[in-house]
Design a protein around this ligand. Structure first.
Ligand SMILES: O=C(O)C(=O)CO
Length: 278
């Protein structure tokens, strides 16, 4: 190997490993990362890198994968416990409730056993239904399953998503709808997944909204706006300030990165983790 090749190969190594290997600074937020954004990296490798960066877990895993983060001292921070429920087809339709309850009766105990603190839920699309009717239906559905969540210490988190760019017609596309449902269900185990990327697109006013509704927010997702890429200075959200506000509220759940990285994926993730270390 020539000197030039040795220098080039060590530079390449530090570019891929360096960001992930630098010692993590302790912060007040428990950060996590969504598996689907790093599909080209085997889950074991993602967990290894996440542990080195100081992340606490991996988001959005299937039950068969729950044990993988544990091998690396992490946990699955949000599980899929009811595959029957999809973004367009969820809690807002009463005809879905039998299947959702059946799935949660298996999926929530399974999550609890694996130490998974949260499971995801979706409102479903409007398909012509009013938000009032959808909210009332979602409350009925959640009232059927909240006891399972309470008994197992697992939180059902209804995700708030944008209906403007990514998920046309999705019903839980504004915070007020989700808060109204969570308040009416009134369980410490039924909360919202406040996806900051999606809510910046729909509403903005992030910090004030988070402060006002923190009681009902069980989990956070990140993603640069516009584009859902790196949390860098090409996008409009001040991530450090948002993260600090969440930490200042004493939030004890997880703050999970969910952006599609550009450039080297682990370098992008490490940079996001640093930005949100507050
Ligand atoms: O599908 C999406 O857009 C999500 O945010 C899922 O968590």
């Amino acid at each position: 190997m020539t000197r030039r090749e040795i220098v080039a190969s060590s530079l390449a190594l530090s570019a891929t490993a360096g960001a992930a290997a630098s010692p993590p600074r302790a912060g007040r937020l428990k950060q996590s990362v969504s598996r689907w954004c790093y599909q080209n990296i085997p889950l074991d490798k993602l967990c290894e890198a996440a542990a080195r960066m100081g992340l606490q877990g991996i988001d959005l895993l299937q039950p068969a994968e729950y044990d993988v983060p544990r091998r690396h001292g992490l946990r699955c921070t949000m599980g899929y416990a009811a595959d029957i429920m999809t973004i367009p087809n969820g809690l807002n339709r009463r005809e879905n409730h039998d299947a959702i309850e059946k799935a949660f009766r298996v999926g929530i105990p399974q999550a609890a056993k694996a130490g998974v603190p949260n499971v995801i839920a979706f409102s479903g699309n409007r398909k012509g239904m009013s938000d009032e009717e959808g909210a009332a239906n979602a409350v009925i559905g959640l009232n059927r399953v909240k006891r399972i969540a309470e008994d197992h210490g697992v939180t059902i988190c209804i995700e708030l998503l944008n209906s403007k760019v990514d998920h046309a017609d999705y019903m839980a596309d504004h915070t007020a709808w989700g808060v109204r449902v969570a308040e009416q269900v009134g369980s410490p185990r039924v909360k919202l997944l406040y996806d900051i990327y999606h809510m910046q697109i729909m509403e903005g006013d992030l910090i004030a909204t988070i402060r006002k509704n923190i009681k009902w927010l069980g989990h956070f997702h990140t993603g640069g706006v516009p584009g859902r890429h790196n949390l860098d200075d090409t996008q409009e959200v001040n991530w450090h300030a948002v993260a600090r506000s969440v930490a200042d509220l004493g939030f004890e759940g997880y703050f999970a990165h969910e952006f599609v990285p550009t450039g080297d994926p682990l370098t992008a993730l490490a940079q996001a983790v640093r930005t949100c270390t507050v």
